[in-house]
Write a protein that binds this ligand. Sequence first.
Ligand SMILES: NC(=O)c1ccc[n+]([C@@H]2O[C@H](COP(=O)([O-])OP(=O)(O)OC[C@H]3O[C@@H](n4cnc5c(N)ncnc54)[C@H](O)[C@@H]3O)[C@@H](O)[C@H]2O)c1
Length: 416
Amino acid sequence: MKVGFVGLGKLGLPTALAMESRGHRVMGCDPAPEVASILRSRKLTYREAGAQKLLKESRLGLISMSEVARSSDIIFVTIQTPHQPRFEGVSRLPAERRDFDYGPLKAGLKSLSRQIERLGQDRIVVIVSTVLPGTIRREILPALGPHSKACYNPFFIAMGTAIADFLDPEFTLFGVSDLRAADTAERFYRTIHSAPFYRTSIENAELIKVVYNTFISTKIAFANTVMELCHKLPGADADAVLDALKLCRERIISGKYLSGGMGDGGACHPRDNIALSHLSRKLGLSFDWFEAVMKQREKGTEWLADLVERHAAGRDILILGKSFKAESSLLAGSPALLLAAILKERGLKTRMWDPYVDETSAAPSGRPFCYLIGAMHPDFRSFPFERGSVVLDPWRYIAACSGVEVVGVGKGPSHG
Ligand SMILES: NC(=O)c1ccc[n+]([C@@H]2O[C@H](COP(=O)([O-])OP(=O)(O)OC[C@H]3O[C@@H](n4cnc5c(N)ncnc54)[C@H](O)[C@@H]3O)[C@@H](O)[C@H]2O)c1
């Protein structure tokens, strides 16, 4: 395919070279003198494994933006979305929070779109730059003409290994706003690798890109908490502890526990975290990670209580499921009990029923309720919800049923 690049910086140039190495004809535009100098001298000014060799053999060259628009079947946009240095993590966390600067990206896309409209032919515009969720629909799509068929395709590459990461990724993430553009892009990616091509909405793709990074940050923060704990605990060794966790490919290094729902529960987890918070204070850890975990559980449950309060609108509240997890009758550490306690604290009339706990009694009935599914028991799939009720489902497994409003927690509102 004929591939165009708008932006040949630290992400654009190595990935353009990677695409060229798979037999595509790649050209790009970039106003930066440094990029022109790299392409003229065929000498990279930064370290990027394998890039120097590919650059030497490459026919990649600079062309104008209008030429990129004219001669490309697919155009990748890898323009910077910078932050001020005080948001880069090399100084203390500022009190203020800011979004990225989308000025350069918007300006570049507007010029590209102008060139595409001048041509009067459709072009696939694949935006790669990192943005916060909501940005593409709010700020980018309205600035593009009808011939720009835009998609969002952030790359999961790390500096230094960009080429290998691009050629052999875990998956390709593709936020779709134009189906034909996505089909063409998928055919293109099949020439590069056989990893899954994950199609989703633009907003999901924006979010996946940034929470992927945050997940890595979370793992690092956790490992460093364990390191500090071990440093202060006589006889402990951080590597021995973390190496043991690396063996746990069933529950820890896996997709398990990675679905939204009620908070963590059971006879061990909450109380272990609270005990570790005690140890953390005793040893003087720099940050009480374990308290933070329990605070998130409590705040998240308060937020669910807000949802219940908002949707109840005068209806009685009925929490279906008391146990701490699906298909269990055990109540220890149950997040549903915590939710009930918070609702009662607010003076809201709240009842609970669980088919595995209250085996001899029937579920309350006879009027519309605001139901909250507190434990993901399979029985609730066929539960006879009263007409006129609302069902809040933190697990998103209850099917729509007539006369009942089913609210899947975690599904955002549709675009107005
Ligand atoms: N570097 C990474 O590892 C990495 C990984 C994933 C995502 N990203 C994201 O990709 C984007 C680009 O990152 P980068 O590190 O390559 O930035 P960079 O600053 O190295 O490169 C951006 C390039 O775009 C060029 N550019 C700006 N305006 C242009 C225009 N109108 N026309 C043509 N070219 C233009 C700039 O001159 C520059 O060379 C950012 O949003 C970044 O967050 C980067």
